[in-house]
Design a protein around this ligand. Structure first.
Ligand code: GAL
Length: 369
């Protein structure tokens, strides 16, 4: 991802966060959709990835509370999600909220939505290659990665010239538009240290540019795939007492597999245990952070995302103007989709209580605190 892009992304975000604007685009003239029903379709990815359960149930609950009918569906495959979306469209919803499994696979299905004047909000993950997506609500995905990269930089003292350290890097699912933003945010911080030799990658799996991020991607964000990949790297490149010092994991489902692999190779929390990053504050991972088996997680309060989407739905249904704070960053290949970006937050062992428990995201009991 070019330097200009990064500068553009952060300037755009700073400017737009400062001046939240009411957005209008060509499909906005008819702010309210053609359908007479009060139905909101909610299409979510697989339940096996913990956060989507939280996202789905929270959004469903607050929409119902606001007086809408809802249809909430989770899918385990792209094909299943396409069928679910087609069925929802046939029920003439006012708005379709879609967290896509593969953002490049929905264009044909959304043509039907356009014909029926159903408004489409991309949820967390951008929908690509179609004009038929009206708004995008997500967290600042590039900043998620940047926070992971900066955490590593600070923990290792890289700015003070410390090193060399052994790094292994992972990226998210190749079909997930967010994954390249996560990777680019982190790699823009870490790559200069790889170039200077302060970070060494014994497996050699170090993308030369951000565009090559899929060379370290883990399909479907699968824990077991990350675990076996880490096993292979440790077996092949960490012999004769060589230790891994830091693992860039883009999210918690991968971090869990990576921690399980390290444990199976005899790594124990303490001096020799590597820094491991994460994202989502999944329950098992938050417990791992408390147990020093993971160093941090980038928390995205999914409740705030749901709340923002409810505001968007209300504005669309009531013919109002939809609040956005970024109208530059997210080009889906056909158009720049007006977006609302929410801030991600770093959580470490020291602030699990203040950030996750005091905010009600978890009870102390659930975390064993
Ligand atoms: C991303 C999402 C992350 C993480 C990952 C795996 O798109 O933004 O929060 O959950 O998918 O589900």
């Amino acid at each position: 991802m070019s330097k200009n892009f990064r500068v553009l992304a952060s300037v755009a975000l700073a400017a737009s966060l400062a001046a939240t604007s009411a957005c209008s685009n060509t499909r906005d003239e008819e702010a309210s959709s053609g359908s007479s029903s009060n139905l909101i379709g909610i299409a979510m990815p697989q339940k096996s990835l913990e956060r989507w359960n939280k996202d789905g149930s929270h959004l469903d609950e607050i929409l119902k509370k606001a007086g809408y009918e809802t249809s909430l569906q989770h899918a385990d495959s792209v094909e299943q999600q396409i069928t679910q979306i087609q069925n929802m469209i046939n029920q003439n919803p006012k708005v379709l909220v879609v967290a896509s499994i593969d953002g490049t696979a929905l264009a044909p299905a959304l043509e039907k939505a356009a014909e029926k004047k159903v408004k489409v909000i991309a949820y967390d993950r951008l929908i690509n290659s179609t004009p038929n997506v009206d708004f995008y609500a997500t967290f600042d995905n590039y900043l998620v990665g940047k926070l992971q990269g900066q955490f590593i930089e600070e923990k290792l003292g890289l700015k003070d010239g410390k090193g060399p350290f052994n790094l292994e890097a992972f990226a998210g699912s190749a079909d997930d538009n967010n994954a390249k933003f996560f990777f680019s945010g982190a790699w823009d911080v870490l790559k200069p240290y790889i170039d200077s030799g302060k970070l060494v990658v014994p497996s050699g799996k170090k993308p030369a540019t951000n565009e090559e991020w899929t060379t370290v991607s883990v399909q479907g964000w699968k824990t077991e795939t990350a675990q076996s990949e880490m096993d292979n790297r440790l077996n092949s490149f960490y012999t004769g007492g060589k230790k891994v010092n830091v693992v860039l994991s883009p999210n918690d489902s991968l971090a869990l597999g990576i921690a399980q692999s390290l444990e199976s190779k005899g790594y124990k929390p303490g001096a020799d245990y590597p820094i491991i990053t994460g994202q989502d504050a999944d329950l098992a991972n938050t417990k791992n952070v408390l147990a020093d088996k993971q160093s941090m997680t980038v928390w995205k309060d999914t409740r705030t995302l749901g709340d923002q989407v409810l505001k968007m739905v209300d504005a669309i249904v009531k013919g109002g103007t939809v609040e956005t704070n970024d109208t530059k960053t997210y080009n889906n290949g056909v158009k720049v989709v007006p977006s609302y970006l929410l801030p991600p937050v770093v959580v470490t062992k020291d602030d699990v209580k203040t950030k996750l428990v005091d905010s009600g995201f978890y009870t102390a009991d659930k975390l064993g605190l």
